[in-house]
Design a protein around this ligand. Structure first.
Ligand SMILES: Nc1ncnc2c1ncn2[C@@H]1O[C@H](COP(=O)(O)OP(=O)(O)OP(=O)(O)O)[C@@H](O)[C@H]1O
Ligand SMILES: [Mg+2]
Length: 273
């Protein structure tokens, strides 16, 4: 099933065309990357999908429904979650409480039940924290967490809203290389087991080629290529514009390392998840 269908999207700022005729589709359970140099138009694409920006032209459909130009809050309600580059947790509350608040908010009960928030949705919050590897720190104050752990809590908060599609604009920005790999491996695992779709951007090509099922390459607003990591790697224009010699080699290594892994949907019947 196509979760996100973007067609002919365009956005200009004054005389600058930031995104020009961009079209792509994201299937259920897919990890889809938008890559490209600084200023390529990646964040602008995210903002048009999430409703923060209204496209000049083109359409955005979520599970078949036209959401073009809808308000961010409405798009969020329809199942598009988002993590932000600047982590958005409440530092004075515990990890578990932050996620419990997300559940309250998801169920539209935040205002009515805030006084008893500490007791509600606790089991659900702990289950989500388990999935992101943060159950052991559930009672710590968010303000005391290491940066990489805050990013995991953010992911838990986004998951509490049970999105169909999760938008992650540079989720690993500011993280050490090892943490980057771990966070994206974790996200990929969650995508595989839950069937949600993730649209993300990332500058580290090792991370992109290790985890993305498909990718779209932008350059100065223009859609240069779309395809599997192997297809994109082999595209001559992508190599010229974007990857360069060293980048292409890193991509090739990642694709080879991945070749032995199972793809989603290829899991044998009855096999444990
Ligand atoms: N609100 C705005 N007003 C004017 N110009 C903008 C605005 N937002 C983005 N731009 C311009 O549009 C182009 C695309 O920007 P965008 O932020 O989408 O790029 P990006 O691919 O996300 O880059 P980066 O990798 O640096 O995050 C850039 O030239 C940027 O300066
Ligand atoms: Mg950006």
């Amino acid at each position: 099933m196509t979760v996100l269908d973007v067609s002919g999207l365009r956005k200009a700022f004054g005389g600058l065309t930031a995104v020009d005729e961009v079209s792509f589709g994201v299937e259920a359970g897919q990890l889809f990357a938008i890559i490209g140099p600084n200023g390529a138009g990646k964040t602008t694409c995210f903002n048009m999908v999430g409703g923060q920006l209204r496209p000049d032209r083109g359409s955005v459909r979520l599970a078949g429904r036209d959401i073009t130009g809808e308000a961010p809050r409405r798009i969020w309600r329809l199942g598009v979650g988002r993590t932000f580059q600047v982590a958005a947790t409440f530092g004075s509350m515990t990890v578990a409480e932050n996620v419990q608040m997300a559940f309250l908010s998801h169920h539209g009960r935040l205002r009515a039940l805030l006084p008893s928030a500490r007791r509600l949705y606790r089991e659900q919050a702990l289950a989500v924290l388990e999935r992101v590897g943060m159950a052991g720190q559930a009672e710590r104050q968010c303000g005391l967490l290491a940066y990489g752990d805050i990013k995991r809590v953010e992911l838990a908060i986004a998951l509490a809203h049970q999105p169909k599609l999760l938008l992650m604009d540079e989720p690993t920005a500011g993280m050490a290389p090892r943490e980057r790999i771990e966070l994206m491996a974790l996200t990929a695992g969650i995508v595989r087991e839950s069937g949600i779709s993730v649209l993300f951007t990332e500058h580290d090509m090792d991370v992109v080629f290790a985890h993305a099922d498909r990718l779209l390459v932008l350059d100065r607003g223009r859609q240069v290529a779309t395809g599997t990591p192997a297809e994109v790697r082999d595209d001559a224009e992508v190599q010229r514009i974007y990857l360069g010699g060293a980048g292409a080699e890193a991509a090739a290594r990642q694709i080879e390392a991945r070749a032995g892994e199972q793809l989603p949907g290829e899991r044998a019947e009855g096999e444990a998840r």
